[in-house]
Each structure stands twice: as C-alpha cells, then as structure tokens.
Ligand binder design. Structure first.
Ligand code: ADP
Length: 692
C-alpha cells in the first residue's frame, strides 16, 4: 500500500536559511534526561527519529554557559569543547538518515537552579527572579549581557563545529530571553528595559550575533511563546507579533509555543489536539519565514490540513515523535494502522523530569535505544519462538507482551482474558471523564494483534491454576493485574480500616463505581490516598451525575503525581470548576454507619487533630494490590510446575501496581529477553561511564 496522495504535502522539502529540511516532520527540542552527560543514549534516542523519517530532529535545551545550570534537571550543556564532542554523536546519528540536526541553545537566567555550579542566577532585574530557592537572582550588568551574548556565539560556533544544522536562540518558556521581554520580570531603566524594542534588544542582538557567527553554516531558529490561555506574565500576543516582525530578517525558522510549559505540553485530559493554534497560528501575520508549531497531532490527515492552511510550514512534535519515531515512514508507506498514537498522558514528561530517563506509555523502547539496544520497529527473531506461550490477562502488560512475542516470531501465543473485553484496567479507565485518549494503548495493540497470525486472543475465560498447568504451554506469563483494595488499607496504615467493607452499599471501590454502582445518597466522599488520577476522575464522574462530591486526600495538594505530568494546575482548576470540594492533608481512619443512616468518616487532619465528616457514601482510592493468587498457587507446588516443564513469569501490576508506562515496559522487556539466560530478571543494560 502506498502513501495517500493527501499526505504528499507533508513530504515536501522546506528551505530554512542555508539548509533544506527533507520534509515537514520536525521533532522540536524536548528534554530526555540524557543531556550531554549520556551522549550515546542521546544520539541513539534522536537518531531513531531520523531513521523513522523525521526531517528535523533537535536535542533538548543546551545551556550556553555554566551560570545556567539545571541540576537536578538534566539539560544538554555546551559549555566547552568536550560537550561539543559529546553532542556531535547526535548530529552524526541524525545525519546518518538524511535529517537535519538542531540544537536549542539557551540560558535559563533566574529560572536556572544553579544547584550544582553554585553560580549566581542572572536576571534582567533582581525582582524578576522566578525560582527563589534560598535567594534572588543578580541583576545583570552591561558586562554580564555582553558576556552571555558572547557565550551564546561561542556555543553556536561549537554547535556548528559539532555538525548541527540548526541553532536556536531560545526565547520561550520563561527562560532568560523571556525574562528580558516581559515587563513583569524586566524592570530595567537602561537600553535593555522599558519599551518593547528595549526589552527585545538582548534577544535581537543575540540573534544578530549568532547569525553573524554561523549564519552561513547553520539555519538560525528561535523559540517564542505566544500568550496562550494561561499566558506568561506580561507577554501579550500582539507584542510578540511585533517582536517577531522585528526579528524576521534574523531568523530562518520560528518555533512557536504557547504560554507556559504545562499549557504548551497540555495533557490530553485537559487540552484537545491543536489547542495552541488559536495563538501560534496568528504568527503568520508577522512573518513569511518558515514556522513550526506543535499540536500533539497524531493524525496525518490533520497534519496535512494544518500545513495546507498555510499557518505553519512544519509539523512540530515532541510527544508523538516519542510514541512513534516511525510515524513519517508509516505515513509515507500508507501503513496508517501501524501508527502508535500518543495518549497525551505526559508520562514521558514525568519520566524525564522526575527520573531523568525518558519513557512512554505507548512506546516501551523510548529511551532504551542505546542502553538496551531496543529498536521500536525491528525485533530480532527469538531462538525459542517455536514454544507455545500462555499469557494470562490482557491488560497493558499482557497485551504488550503478546504483541512483542508475536513480532519476534512466536507462532503459538495464547492471550487469555477473563473479561469479555481486552484492556484490563484500561477497559474501564478509558471510559472515565477526560481519560478517553488513554484507550489508544489498547486500540493500537488490538490492531496489531489482529494482524499477528501467531497470537490468539481468547476473552471471557478466567483460568485456574490447574488449567494453567494443564494448558500445554511451557512458557506461562501471569499478567493478572491488580485490584483496588476495598478494606481501606493505605500507605502508612497497612491494616484494614474499621468499617471499610465494600460489601456494604456506602463503601465503594473504583472498580465498583466504574461498573455503575452508586452510593445510596448524593453526598459522596472520594478518599484519595493514592495521589494520581483515579481519585479526581471518579469525583468528576460522580459530580457530573449530580452527586455532591468532596475529595478528602492525604496529600497537601490534590494529586501531586499530576504535577509531574504537568497536569496539576489544570486538574485542580477542572476539579474546582466541577464544584468538587477538596479537603487536604487529612487521613481517614474509620467509617461508621448504620443502614439507611448517615456515614461518618473519622480521622486526623494535617495537625494530627481529630477530624470527621458526614456523607452518604465513600469511595476508597487508597491502594491497589496485585492479583497474585494464581502466582501463589502455582509456585506453592514448584514440583508440579517443573514436572509440567513450565517456566513461569509475572509482569505488570501482577508484580506490583505501577504507572501504565511501567506495565507496558514490563511486558515488552520480558518478551525481548524471553530467549535470554534468565528472562525473569532484567538483563544488565549498558551504562555510559568514563573508561568505556
Ligand atoms: P496490567 O496493567 O499489569 O496489564 P491490568 O489490571 O490492567 O494489569 O490487567 C490485568 C488483566 O488480567 C485484567 O483484564 C483481568 O481481567 C485479567 N485476569 C486476571 N486474572 C485472570 C485469570 N485468572 N484468567 C484470565 N484473565 C485474568
């Protein structure tokens, strides 16, 4: 099958200054956790996107000088020639597949932590410090401005020498250039403060200096923030349009984003595809230079329409390029049903920001290209692919394991699921408010399974331990998932909570609510000791149906995990607008009620004082526990397993309830290593160390 002619527009080359992009697919700069410190991981991670057809591939933000140090976050640094040599590996990896390599040179100013360097943070004005960890930033002198501009030029030369085709003067997302542009953070009275031209001067001068230095060798890009719904303090779209017009002659490629990062990378729960376009698409008014903007676009039809509209020249992508590095190649070949669509869960951001190791809910290989040698599309044939395999449970872990084994050439894989529908927990989570796009995890795998002749899916069949032993499969994978506890046990309080009994109508588990069970009256407490999406999603569902919902949470803020996925602010606004009350830092320790009467919750507040509330029913989002009964039963008689010649493995939530990205990873990891010496234990992975 060939390319749909409507998508041909996406494969047109685009000239940017002295360079030409081979097509309109552009992986915008985004963090990975690799920086310059893990250059081989960086190179492999970016190179795979070039291999998959992205015409422009960028490294994350790269600091031009040591007084912009992001520790504990990892940026790329381009402070010296050694950094340049490290990043040159990425330029080479990208070039190997005919794409252009971009480096987003930046200075964080007051937003840089400087935790490691101990350098003073720099800012246009002292009052403009944004990150005030233990102190303010220093107001930049004229010498500082000259020096940072010089550092930028030096870094740009290094980038060009390292082979990069596109160098950035990063002006977005609250970093130093934005701090100069905003009158809220720039209170200067010299030539770098006051009027728009003055506030933009540092950015324009730096663009001009970088252009003078490397403009014949590299395309000059800049990243700017349009206002967006939440905006950046003091920066209005009309002013930015005027600045873009002023910069137009200096720039070969405008990379446009909105507002702050949490809005720009808004999750699918709270931001629709293309939500940035109301702002970013206005920039065409100000420049005829090539424009790239993101939109979490996953459909080539939409991408082609956006380009055809003339508002942008390139489809910018971070998250979709992580979920499927081979999207362009699949579009070109007309293999649209093989595209792994981004879920917009932002677990990539959680992984790279929190753990400095990017990952993905859809693509288990993201970030594993170098250290585990995993390729997203090419899977080596397994040496034991002739053996029958039984996978018990078709949740994310079981599904991913089955698909990966099928792609490795296994010819007799049975994926057996107790429920009538595949998907495991996602089968019901995807039906909760705001969580529909997470269903793409199941949909993608359902399509792949249907085309893998070696994998058979059997639904509506709950296997017992005896049936598993007798099944005839020498490889058995338990992917039986986990269940929310109904007994009220919670972190820090491991014993059952008095009165917590899901058999009474006023105590409900998430699964019961998802199945349509409702408390006996309208006043509902959702008790959240979990801290991620489940509590708020169930509260949202019940509030939409007319319940008067209060979330009582053990955490000082609602859903702290959502801050790691950049969703916290939007989630709290959403909950507030839904009319849901929130009680923070409160632990429920007992439930008392009599049939037909009110339900009293008692516990302690944030000061360890007695706390109580009255309601008609409580939903317990306290803790999950692994469905490990089958495993316990099977391993109780190791002799019987051995006699049956069975190797038994456990993956996903059945092992320990975790993020969905980790269940996918688990399923993939086992299938990748199923012909290794000890598949139960992850094989060692390559680490980048001195002397290697
Ligand atoms: P994970 O995220 O680890 O994949 P899930 O909880 O999403 O876990 O999915 C586990 C799936 O396993 C559920 O769909 C559940 O119905 C299924 N399952 C559990 N026990 C059995 C069993 N004995 N036989 C078949 N399927 C089972």
């Amino acid at each position: 099958m060939g390319m749909d002619p409507r998508h041909a527009i996406l494969f047109e080359p685009v000239r940017i200054g002295p360079k030409t992009l081979p097509n309109r697919f552009y992986q915008v700069p985004h963090a990975s956790g690799f920086g310059s410190a893990r250059p081989r991981a960086q190179a492999a991670f970016r190179g795979i996107k070039a291999e998959g057809g992205w015409g422009g591939v960028c490294v994350e933000y790269a600091a031009v000088s040591a007084d912009s140090d992001e520790i504990p976050a990892i940026s790329a640094d381009l402070w010296d020639d050694a950094d340049g040599r490290a990043l040159a590996l990425t330029a080479a990896a990208v070039h190997a597949h005919g794409a252009l390599a971009g480096l987003e040179l930046f200075h964080g100013g007051a937003a840089s932590a400087n935790g490691s360097s101990r350098g003073v943070r720099l800012a246009p004005s002292q009052r403009g410090s944004q990150a005030q960890w233990g102190g303010l930033a220093a107001e930049m002198t004229a010498d500082d401005i000259t020096r940072v501009r010089r550092d930028w030029v030096t870094a740009a030369r290094r980038a060009a020498d390292a082979g990069f085709d596109i160098v950035y003067v990063y002006g977005a997302h609250g970093y130093l250039m934005t701090q100069f542009i905003s009158p809220v953070t720039n209170r200067r009275t010299d030539g770098y403060g006051g009027s728009l031209a003055n506030r933009g001067r540092f950015w324009l001068e730096t663009l001009a200096a970088v252009r003078d230095a490397v403009g014949d060798r590299c395309a000059i890009a800049t990243r700017m923030s349009a206002h967006g719904r939440r905006g950046l303090p003091g920066i209005e779209t009309d002013e930015m349009l005027r600045l873009v017009a002023m910069a137009s002659d200096l720039v070969d490629l405008f990379d446009l984003t909105v507002g702050s990062w949490p809005e720009d990378s808004g999750s699918s729960r709270f931001y629709p595809e293309g939500h940035q376009s109301d702002w970013t698409h206005r920039f065409r008014e100000a420049t005829s230079k090539p424009i790239v903007a993101v939109g979490r676009y996953t459909s080539p039809d939409v991408m082609a329409r956006v380009v055809a509209s003339g508002a942008v020249d390139l489809i910018g992508s971070a998250r979709q390029a992580i979920a499927d590095p081979f999207l362009p190649a699949k579009v070109r070949a007309g293999r649209l049903d093989e595209i792994r669509e981004c879920t917009g869960s932002n677990l990539c951001i959680l992984r790279e920001e929190t753990f400095n190791q990017i990952g993905c809910a859809q693509n288990a290989t993201a970030g594993e290209e170098y250290r585990r040698g995993w390729h997203p599309e090419l899977l080596p044939a397994a040496t034991n692919s002739g053996q029958p395999v039984l996978i018990v449970g078709a949740g994310p872990a079981g599904l991913e394991c089955a698909v990966t084994l099928g792609r490795r050439g296994f010819g007799q894989v049975h994926l057996v699921e107790a429920e009538p529908e595949i998907g495991g927990r996602l089968a019901w989570i995807r039906r909760l408010p705001t969580l529909g796009d997470w269903g793409r995890i199941v949909d993608y795998r359902a399509v792949q399974l249907a085309r893998l002749p070696g994998v058979e899916v059997l639904t509506g069949r709950r296997l017992t331990a005896a049936e598993i032993v007798d099944y005839g499969a020498p490889i058995v994978v338990l992917a039986t998932g986990s269940t929310w506890r109904g007994d009220g046990a919670q972190p820090g309080h491991p014993d059952p909570m008095p009165g917590a009994d899901p058999a009474v109508p006023w105590v409900l588990t998430p699964e019961q609510v998802a199945a349509g069970v409702r408390p006996p009256g309208p006043r509902v407490v959702v008790y959240d000791a979990d801290g991620y999406f489940m509590g708020s999603a169930l509260a949202d569902l019940l509030a939409r149906e007319g319940s008067r919902v209060t979330i009582v949470t053990t955490f000082p803020v609602l859903s702290p995990v959502s801050d790691e996925t950049l969703e916290g602010e939007a989630l709290r606004e959403h909950v507030h607008r839904a009319g849901i009350d929130v009680v923070h830092a409160t632990t429920v320790t007992a439930i008392q009620a009599v049939p037909g009467g009110p339900v009293t919750l008692t516990g302690t507040d944030r000061y360890a004082e007695a706390w109580s509330a009255v309601c008609d029913g409580v939903v317990l989002v306290t803790m999950q526990s692994s469905n490990d009964a089958l495993h316990a039963e099977l391993t109780a008689d190791r002799g019987a397993l051995a006699a049956a010649g069975i190797s038994l493995y456990r993956i996903g939530d059945a092992l320990a309830p975790r993020l969905i990205s980790e269940a996918i990873f688990d399923g993939h990891r086992l299938a990748r290593e199923i012909d290794g010496p000890d598949p139960a234990v992850p094989a060692p992975y390559r680490r980048e160390r001195a002397g290697r």
